[in-house]
Design a binder for this molecule. Structure first.
Ligand SMILES: *C/C=C(C)/C=C/C=C(C)/C=C/C1=C(C)CCCC1(C)C
Length: 234
């Protein structure tokens, strides 16, 4: 019975709680702020709020799963990623569209396809439905498509051309995709394939990464929207 509740010594459980509450609070923040910025930025803030909302619901379940089982809630993580990662990707596109940058639907499609390939093969690998190494290699190719698109591809070029606050927000966001996202494939290799990271360390890292990759990512977009909405909007 006592295992159903968070124990004071369960530090990983504490990080699950912190992140789950932070996701809920961020959702309220993004949705509220979305009503104050210029109309062209509302969709970006709505999507940022949807990301933290979806993650917040999943974190509620993951937290309880952890508290009771002390194991990685891997199925919940993948379901969460399947919804939130495409939404995060779409943000790159929405931001460029908001400022009328020269970015077409091909860019949108490449971001989406890259995301789906990365996640679907990652899951097939971790669920044991496919060879772990092959699934990983294909998943990495999906991530590479995304990185290419936002650095060297059409989206990356459109962002540089847009300049100003858009270009600097875009650049901060792609650092997150390159560095912040690297935690997950590293977790796959060291935690799952080689099995030499324990569940405690792995989940603490994932929780921290989700905080950066979802909440900080949203805050960068919020900052851009506020700046671009001009003086007096705040
Ligand atoms: C909010 C959640 C985020 C940003 C999750 C991101 C997940 C990834 C970047 C996963 C990447 C993987 C690969 C690049 C290779 C295959 C294994 C994955 C799915 C862990």
């Amino acid at each position: 019975m006592d295992k159903m509740f968070l124990q004071s010594g369960d530090m990983v459980g504490v990080t699950f709680w912190l992140v789950s509450i932070a996701m809920i609070a961020s959702t309220v923040f993004f949705l509220y702020e979305g009503s104050k910025v210029d109309a062209k930025w509302r969709l970006s803030l709505l999507v940022a709020g949807l990301v933290t909302l979806v993650a917040g619901v999943h974190y509620d379940y993951m937290r309880d799963f952890w508290v009771v089982n002390q194991e990685t809630p891997i199925v919940y993580r993948y379901i969460d990623w399947l919804i939130t990662v495409p939404l995060l990707m779409i943000e790159f596109y929405i931001i460029l569209r908001a400022v009328g940058a020269a970015v077409g639907s091909g860019s949108f499609l490449r971001l989406l396809v890259g995301t789906l390939v990365m996640l679907i093969f990652g899951y097939l690998g971790e669920a044991g439905m496919m060879g772990a190494t092959l699934a990983f290699v294909i998943g990495m190719a999906g991530w590479a498509i995304i990185i290419w698109e936002i650095y060297g591809g059409q989206a990356g070029k459109a962002a540089s051309a847009a300049g100003g606050a858009v270009a600097s927000a875009f650049s901060a966001m792609r650092w997150i995709v390159l560095i912040g996202w690297a935690i997950y494939p590293l977790g796959y290799v060291f935690g799952y394939m080689m099995g030499n990271v324990d569940d405690n360390a792995l989940n603490m890292l994932y929780n921290l990464a989700d905080f950066v990759n979802k909440i900080l990512f949203g805050l960068i977009i919020w900052n851009l929207a506020v700046k671009d909405s001009g003086q007096g909007a705040h």
